[in-house]
Design a protein around this ligand. Sequence first.
Ligand code: SF4
Ligand code: SF4
Length: 386
Amino acid sequence: MGVPIKQQTSIASYIIGKKLKKETKYPLVLMLEPLFQCNLACAGCGKIAYEDHILKKRMSFEDAMKAVDECGAPVISIPGGEPLIHNEMPQIVKGLVERKKYIYLCTNAIMLKRKLHEYEPSHYLTFSIHLDGLKEHHDKSVCKEGIFDVAVEAIKLALDKGHRVTVNSTLFNGVDPEEVADFFDYAMTLGVEGITVSPGYSYEMAPEQDLFLGRKQSKELFRSIFREGKNRKSKWEFNQSALFLDFLAGNQSYQCTPWSTVTYNIFGWQKPCYLLVNEGYAKTYKELIDETEWDNYGAGINPKCDNCMAHCGYEGTAVNDSFKNPLKLLGLSINGGPKTEGPMAPELPIMYDQSKVEKSLFENPLMPIINKEESSVSKEKELVDK
Ligand code: SF4
Ligand code: SF4
């Protein structure tokens, strides 16, 4: 069914309120990262690449609520690390439900079966389960056999107990569009509310950089997937705006609006988004909004942004466009989804001097401290067994 009407209405009234107040930069989503530790070590993940003393850190309930109240975003996405490792997570979720926030608790589901009783079903709470594909593909993506089966069992259990459940997938280089279509068909048979899909961003701290898709590759891939979907019997539901999917298929020349998805983690408010790790932190939400040099980021503006089509930068742009151009949405619905043939929308022009972009810009000063053997991977058994 995609995003429920009640949730859509609530977010729409939040946006209308901001527009009436003539606010130009406001968040739709807060990415609340309460820890970086995880019980998996996926090849495309950079979140787990910190030293042990950082991986052991936890955001307190009080700090989490303060951040939520400061920014006022109606949707709170809780990635990680693995949030279910955090002992105060049930309390944090309860605090968010009391504040009537729509929560996406992102989990690899390894601990969900054991922890599910700690969470009351609520239309404010959705378990967003990490699944990158069918069994073989997903297990390869998370670098551990058997995780697909664990996740599917947890999805069925959570649905059975009356929870809202979505599947979140990141698509990396080399995926086969037909296989992705088979996976989307399968996800729908599980009875989940929808799928959230994003091309993997070449996250600065991810150890395997050749996994990531360029912008052109991403658009061609999404066109192939959506083309495949038009020949399938099952109807895929996405937990994303229709215009963001249209953007992924190369039909919109959107610019990133990183303030629409702000990030608060154990270091503070991350500038400008959760993907770029070396741009600094603000102490307060106000400082983040007032002092981040937002104009320095985006496609064609900053080389670090050039391959990014991630939801954290562009979903907000698409939602805003839905308000400005409702006829575009109508056109998409009449045409049965994004256009998959014909010319793509033009790319944004490159504004920086390409000759001055050095390789060192992309080098990650934190990489030397990465030692997965001694950090999260070695903690896996300990955490799972706890
Ligand atoms: S499940 Fe994988 S991608 Fe998600 S936080 Fe853990 S290691 Fe990273
Ligand atoms: S394009 Fe936006 S979301 Fe992507 S890395 Fe740049 S600032 Fe972040």
